[in-house]
Each structure stands twice: as C-alpha cells, then as structure tokens.
Design a binder for this molecule. Structure first.
Ligand code: G6P
Length: 598
C-alpha cells in the first residue's frame, strides 16, 4: 500500500530513489513521484507506473543529494498528477510522501481552510503538509511532531523542508525502516528498497520520528522529543533474492523457488520430532484461533485442519477483518495465531492486538523479519520464504502451510501424541517432490493455452484440499481477471452446478487418498453436464483419465502435505493464463502486496 523511500548522503539522490521505487512498486503502482532538495525543492510526479512517469518526467534531471520518493496505491483521490505524492503546502517549502490513511483529514482540512490554507489535491495526505507549514517557526522537526499529534489514523511519512538539510521520517501503523551506512542514511517502507546499499536497519515503532542528517547521522525520538536508543539490526536477505534472476516475472521465479523455500522453513526444525523456538506455553492453550487475510487466510484453513487432526486441539479460523469487529469470545485459554506474509496487514495486526487485549496468547506466523506483526506477537514462527515480490502470493503461502504443520506437530508433541514418522519422512522429501511437480511446467502451459479464453472457472476440492480450491481460484482471478470460484466439491450440487456447461472449465483436486471416491463422483456429475475438467491427480491413477479433458499428475505424498504439492500446478496454470493474456502478472490491477489500510 504505497511505497516510500528517502535518501540523505553525498551521492545524487534521484537514481537511488528511482531504484528504490522500482523495488517498492509491488506495494502500489498507480502514480509515482520524487522531490529533491536543491536550494528549493524540485518535484516531478504523475499518474502511471514508475517507468512511465520517469520516461515522461526524467527523474534523473533532479539534482541534489537529499530526496524523497513515492509510489502510490490510491485511497483518497483518484490517481492523477495532482494527487500523486510528494505533496506540498501553500508556499512550496515542504514536500511530503505518505503511506497510510489520515482518518480525521476532513475536519483538519476544514479547519486549515478556514485559516486560509489553500488545498490543491483530493488526498487525505495534504492536511499534513499544511499542518507542518502552520506549525513551522524555524524548527522543522518540532513542526512535524506537532502536526503528527493532530493526526488520527496511520502513517509512514518522509518529509523535507527547503531550508533544512535533513529528512524527517515517522511512523504510526505503516511500516518504516531506516538503513544506516557510513556517511549516508536511507529510509523506506520496506527494507528491500534499500537493501542494495545497506543491510543495517533500524525499525521504527509506532509513535516514533527520526531525522536523517548529513554524515548519515540518524536520531530517533518519540513525538514528545525524547531521544530513544534503537537497535541496529542486520537483515539476512540478499540482493539476488529481490531480483528476477533470468525469470520472466517474479511470480514465476517465486513458484520455482518453492523447493528451496520449503527447505528453509523446515531447516533446523525437523529432527526425530519437531523443534520450534517457541516456549512451552503453547501446549497450555485449550483452543487455537487463526486470523489472517487473503492467501494467508487460505493457509489458515489448512492450519485448522492440521492442528485439529494432529494435535486434537480445537481450532477455528476467522478473517482478521471480521474477528476484530465481532466482539470475539477470546481469552486467556486461547492461542491466537496471526498469519501474514508481510507482517503489516492492517486487519491482521488489529485482530492480533484485539486478541492480546482480551488476554489471549498470540503467535505470529510471518515472513518479513522485523515486521510489525512479528514484533507485536508474544511468540513467533518465521516462515523463511525470503522476499516475495510478486503480488500474488506463492512461496509464502506454501511456507505458511509448512510452518502451521510444524506448529501442529509441536502441539501434538506437547499433548503427548505420537508423531507419525512417515509424515516426517514425506516432509523431508517434500523439496524433491516439488522439484518433480515443477517439471510439469510445459504441460501446464499447454493446458493454459487451451483454456485461457474462458471467462469463468470453478475449482473444487475436499477436506484439506478445499482451501487449495479456494487458493487456486484466487490465484486465477488475481492475475488473469477471470472470474473463478473455489468450493468444497460436495457443495457444487447446492448451486454452482447450475453454471456448468461446455464453457465452464472445472479444476478438480483429485488426489488418491481421503475423499477420492467422492471427488470422482463429483467429476462424473460435471462430465454429465459437458463441463471441461482439469484434474490434479496422483501419478499412477489411470482411471481418472477417462473423466478428464486434461490431467496434471503429482506424486503421492502424505495427505497433510498434499495442499503444498497440489497448489503448484494451480499457481502455474494461473500464471500462464495471465501471461498468455498479456497481463502484468507481478502487478495486477487494483491490488497491492501489503495492505496496510483497512
Ligand atoms: C494482499 C495480497 C495477498 C495477501 C494478502 C494478505 O491482498 O495481495 O497476496 O495474501 O494481502 O497479506 P499478508 O501479508 O498479511 O499475508
């Protein structure tokens, strides 16, 4: 949800900021802009993708060694040149970029207008520039602090003033990280934007404001001007993890990284039993509630199945956005697990805080190290998928499932259950199994060629693979804009069957194992109505061929691991359909990777 990047140092700021923006584009991409200090403040901004705006306005023509930049995902005000960030006040002395939502902007705007301020955009952000302008009496930082105290809502901001050789950044509810290096300082809404310059990061917490000054001097304070001691943390990610590495898209690269990312989530945690570095309190909870959004919610559904079936502990799943507002009956006997790739999703974070407030123990299952949810939760299990740049989640999703499986097994151990060694052995083999599935790539592309013109798809699965149907459908609609629905296969006859004809491809997750015969009956029902069937089936299952128009084969594995194995062909199918349609797979329209607004 919007990306911000800032630089203060001795090099030209514009090329550094432009590179940073490109790395943040997954956060939002309807407008882009940059401001550089150069005696006054020079600003270039417009509606459009970063490279298009750059082509039109040539960011590199901005000369100066201090600047801020922004890539936008519109909330208030349509994407347009005037609404693109950076924003200025009345006199152009200030330029500011913002990520988040200012909830009381209407009242503030009315007040400021009554005092003579003239607004030139439709954004909520602009109130901040006018507030800073109003409070500025020679003390820039002080005026920013005062302005922020008037704000209700969320923000990550970077702001500059034409008379001050410094960048001021602040955070409340929207991520902000500062990169430190000798003689230079960087700030961004995500470490990946500045990782090529430094791995040393300071993570701002809510209510903190920092100045980036010449010589790379960084000072962090709270809003009341008290200087705070902050740790400098070294980030473990590498540059090649955030580059495409020869793949056409990040999404394709990330699909193919899954054997390796699965190795990483299991590394050091899988021995004869399970070793997780979370404390013993896990075992004392009587119930588990999992909250999440999007694909993470789908992995949560699988997590519920795994936790209940392996550990015998009752588990529930809720959309984080619903949980936080429904007066949930949650308390000290509960373990609330918040799943989030980014660790920044506003609804998931709010649900976690609500659970904590009600006395539950909280556990974060998070990918981005140092993210807000990771820091806010009482305990955490990192999924170690590495940076995921494609907006549609792939490797983070499968790593979440394995992290939840590890948690389920850990709970099972704590409840004195015997761990199924065959499952552990299949887990060890899983990276190789996935490598094998990825070899079906060309075949899946050929199927995509045949079905890409259809306007509707149905995905059906049962049990632990019902969420796989949901996730397969979500992948397709996110990136190909084809309407797709996932259903538990048995529910088909209660509605979706009315839609089935020769124009409706139906994707069945039909592995041998629990529920197989029932799935086959559902396939018969679709076939009888001339629906086109794509089946994900177990290698060696020849009987399924007569029912299917296309079969994608996957190796047999433990039922608990089948959602990880089955989703890979569905990720590839969605990817190739979108690519055939000429769509921007990594940056689908209207979406953003990290949803830091409600
Ligand atoms: C957005 C992304 C999805 C993601 C969801 C939850 O909608 O486009 O891919 O699943 O947010 O994100 P999180 O970072 O909390 O897992």
């Amino acid at each position: 949800m919007c990306g911000i990047v800032a630089y203060m140092g001795s090099r030209q700021a514009a090329p550094l900021l432009l590179n940073g923006l490109r790395r943040l584009e997954y956060r939002g991409y309807d407008s882009a802009g940059m401001a550089v200090l150069n005696g006054g403040i020079d600003i270039r901004k417009d509606r459009g993708r970063i490279d298009d705006v750059n082509r039109e306005h040539d960011f590199s023509s901005l000369k100066g060694t201090l600047g801020i930049a922004h890539t936008r995902w519109a909330t208030h005000g349509e994407p347009s040149m005037k609404n693109a960030h950076p924003h200025t006040g009345c006199n152009g002395d200030i330029a500011l970029v913002h990520n988040g939502i200012i909830e009381n902007y209407k009242t503030l705007r009315e007040l400021l207008e009554s005092e003579g301020h003239v607004f030139s955009t439709d954004t909520d952000t602009e109130v901040l520039t006018h507030l800073i302008e109003k409070f500025y009496k020679g003390d820039f930082l002080g005026s920013v602090r005062k302005a922020l105290m008037q704000i209700r809502g969320t923000y990550g901001i970077a702001v500059i003033h034409k008379g001050c050789n410094e960048v001021v950044v602040a955070r409340n509810g929207s991520p902000l990280v500062i990169g430190v290096k000798r003689g230079e300082a960087f700030a961004a809404s995500d470490a990946s934007a500045i990782l090529e310059h430094t791995k040393k990061m300071i993570y701002l917490d809510d209510g903190e404001v920092a100045t980036l000054k010449p010589g790379g001097v960084v000072t962090v304070r709270n809003l009341f001007d008290k200087i705070l001691e902050k740790n400098i943390e070294e980030i473990g990610w590498n540059l090649d993890q955030i580059e495409k590495g020869g793949f056409r898209h990040f999404m394709l690269k990330e699909i193919f990284e899954q054997p390796e990312s699965i190795r990483n989530v299991m590394r050091g945690r899988l021995g004869k039993g399970i070793k997780l570095s979370i404390n013993g309190e896990l075992g004392d909870r009587k119930r588990v509630i999992i909250v999440a959004c999007g694909s993470s919610w789908h992995s949560a559904l699988i997590g519920r199945y795994l936790i209940e079936s392996l550990s015998g502990v009752p588990a529930e799943v809720d959309y984080a956005s619903e949980f936080r507002y429904r007066e949930p009956l949650v308390g000290k006997d509960d373990l609330v697990i918040a799943i989030s790739q980014s660790g920044e999703t506003a609804d998931t974070l709010a649900a976690l805080k609500e659970a904590k407030r009600r006395g539950a123990k909280t556990l974060g299952v998070v990918n981005v190290v140092g993210s807000t949810i990771a820091r806010e939760a009482d305990m955490g299990v990192y999924i170690h998928a590495g940076p995921e740049i494609g907006v549609a989640s792939t490797k983070a999703y499968t790593n979440q499932i394995i992290a939840l499986l590890l948690i389920a097994l850990d709970l099972a151990q704590k409840h004195g259950k015997k761990i199924n060694q065959r499952l552990l052995s299949d887990m060890r083999k899983l990276p190789a199994t996935l490598e094998h599935v990825l070899k079906e790539d060309k075949k899946i592309k050929a199927i995509a060629d045949r079905v890409a013109e259809h306007g509707n798809f149905l995905y059906l699965g049962r049990g632990i693979n019902y969420p796989t149907a949901l996730e397969g459908a979500l992948k397709l609609k996110e990136i190909s804009y084809i309407h797709a629905e996932g259903y538990p296969a048995a529910e088909m006859k209660h509605g979706p069957i009315a839609l089935i004809d020769e124009n409706m491809p139906v994707v069945f997750i039909a592995n041998k194992g629990k529920g197989y015969d029932k799935i086959v009956s559902n396939m018969e029902e679709v076939k009888a109505r001339r629906g086109k069937i794509i089946a994900i089936a177990t290698e060696g299952d020849n009987s399924i061929k007569s029912l299917s128009d296309w079969v994608i084969r996957v190796p047999r594995t433990a039922d608990e691991l089948s959602p990880v194995v089955n989703i890979i062909p569905l990720q590839l199918l969605a990817y190739y359909i979108a690519d055939i349609k000429g769509l921007d797979v990594d940056k689908p329209r209207n979406l953003a990777k990290s949803v830091t607004v409600e």
